[in-house]
Write a protein that binds this ligand. Structure first.
Ligand SMILES: O=P(O)(O)OC[C@H]1O[C@](O)(CO)[C@@H](O)[C@@H]1O
Length: 518
């Protein structure tokens, strides 16, 4: 049983600590006073190194945050997740995406039944990877179109882009998510049905956008002379019956205990397996599993996802920061911010606790960002000199996968320089040219961007979001907030042609009249 963070003695102690030192904390003085600050505030985890030393925390902050984690029962909730308890209480489901990357045995203390689930995981994984290898060897298939949205799009898309270096030539990958027909039409324009494989990816197989795109893709396939729907369409879903009813015979399943935003490790990862091969996909899983084991077993004080989640609570609830910026210094990670937005904001963008009581404190920050160095020439101005403090996260990769001379040192120097500038500031230039400094950042280092390191980094983020969500007393695994808009859109769609505005508010009615279809 977890205790909500604001009902613990540590919460009160952190409030006093924030009043006393938190808001007056100065990073420059902290480094001057403690030669060991980098070592004591950095952390090695599988495939990921993190420097937390440029954050507005001291040893006491860390101790109090760890007390908070203990008093909230973070370990018990973590163990309940790994054991397969139904911690997604509003949907009465287990949360076992970690089982998708379990390498053999189930975690100790697992509920009965989990071993059986793991056997199903491996059976499906083997079948999916065998299929992936067959398609990889089939040179008549030159284009793979993934049709899915949210977790059925962002994860596979982000990973396929990120691991471009590992993608065998000969196949192009396309991702269609939006119900906006411009997207699908643009992709279809360059395709031939006999050379195309469509993957319809949807956990529920009911999502309106995905179903509309899948129907249009099949119509296009048939109208352009495509033969053999069975060979050219596959479905990735927990709702195999609905996929069959749609007319798709090749299906790869997964289970209700995999949340959409945690599903790239399941059959939803088929585009990744097609792109980087079965070995590559297994390495991605292995990297994530290594981070799972770190999260599950490392003491809280040396547990990277825990330290990050606690830092998020400190910034959000005690220093009042409402957003966090992520800057991956690697152009292949350009979809990482969008992916992390869903992971964090759909998980922790909640205003009631597990019992449904309104929370008296803030939860998910706004997460945003762009790859560096591009962001530097756009919004970094605000990060350096704006009135709001926005903690920034740098992700740098030591080794490049190209041999263009000079580029990589320039890229890395920029990442280092920005973190340095944010912290140091500048007080000698006068007026508009001065920088306040003391702006916090976290700096992640991967040795190389590989399936293993990317898998570990994503898993680290999943567990960090788990940590802050657990402390806030949230159910991080439902998403009721997406439902109302879906219902209203269903009501409005026919009105766009009928023009019926009965019962609508004046603004919606006025806009509908402007958008009415001729
Ligand atoms: O995979 P599905 O069921 O099509 O859902 C897609 C996405 O839609 C959501 O349910 C939100 O509407 C996400 O949580 C999910 O990732």
């Amino acid at each position: 049983m977890t205790v909500r963070c604001d009902r613990t003695p540590a919460w009160q102690a952190l409030q006093q600590h924030a009043d006393k030192v938190g808001r007056g904390f100065d990073l420059r003085q902290a480094f001057a006073a403690d030669a060991g600050r980098f070592a004591s505030f950095s952390q090695e985890a599988p495939h990921v190194f993190a420097d937390l030393s440029k954050n507005l925390i001291d040893q006491r902050t860390q101790e109090l945050l760890l007390d908070l984690a203990q008093q909230c029962g973070l370990q018990a909730r973590r163990d309940a997740m790994f054991a397969g308890e139904h911690i997604n209480s509003t949907e009465d489901r287990a949360v076992m995406h970690t089982l998708l990357r379990a390498q053999g045995a189930v975690p100790p203390g697992s509920r009965s039944g989990v071993a059986g689930e793991l056997a199903k995981v491996h059976e499906t994984l083997d079948a999916m990877l065998e299929y992936a290898e067959t398609i990889r060897a089939d040179h008549t298939i030159t284009d793979v179109v993934n049709i899915g949205i949210g977790g059925s799009d962002l994860g596979p898309q982000m990973v396929v882009l990120a691991l471009a270096e590992f993608v065998a030539p000969g196949k192009r990958f396309h991702f269609v998510s939006n119900v906006d027909g411009h997207e699908l039409a643009g992709v279809l324009k360059g395709l031939a049905p006999e050379h195309t494989l469509f993957l319809v990816a949807s956990k529920t197989f009911t999502t309106a956008e995905t179903m509309a795109n899948a129907r249009s893709a099949r119509r296009w396939f048939e109208q352009s002379g495509g033969k053999d729907v069975a060979r050219h369409f596959a479905a990735l879903t927990t709702n195999v019956a609905a996929a069959r009813e749609f007319g798709i015979e090749t299906t790869f399943g997964f289970w209700d205990w995999v949340g959409g935003r945690y599903s790239l490790w399941s059959a939803i990862g088929l585009p990744i397996a097609l792109a980087i091969g079965s070995d590559g996909f297994r390495k991605l899983l292995a990297g994530a599993h290594a981070m799972d084991e770190h999260f599950r077993t490392a003491p809280l004080a040396k547990n990277l996802p825990v330290r990050l989640g606690l830092l998020d609570v400190w910034y959000r609830n005690f220093l009042g920061f409402t957003s966090r910026c992520i800057a991956p210094y690697h152009s292949a990670l350009r979809r990482l911010p969008a992916y992390l937005q869903q992971l964090e904001m759909e998980s922790n963008g909640k205003r009631v606790d597990l019992q449904g009581a309104a929370l008296p404190f803030g939860t998910s920050p706004v997460l945003w960002g762009e790859p560096g160095t591009n962001g530097q020439h756009a919004y970094f101005q605000m990060l350096h000199q704006g009135t709001d403090v926005v903690p920034l996260e740098f992700l740098a990769v030591r080794d490049a996968d190209h041999d263009l001379s000079g580029h990589h040192p320039a890229l890395l120097a920029n990442a280092l320089a920005q973190a340095q500038a944010l912290m140091q500031g500048r007080a000698d230039a006068g007026g508009h040219r001065d920088f306040p400094g003391n702006r916090p950042s976290t700096f992640f280092v991967l040795e190389r961007l590989t399936p293993e390191s990317l898998g570990a980094f994503i898993a680290m983020y999943e567990h960090r979001v788990f940590t802050s969500g657990a402390l806030w007393g949230l159910n991080s695994f439902d998403q009721w907030g997406v439902e109302l808009g879906k219902v209203l859109a269903k009501d409005l769609e026919p009105r766009l042609s009928s023009g019926d505005v009965t019962g609508l508010d004046a603004s919606t009615a006025g806009l509908l009249a402007r958008l009415k279809q001729g």
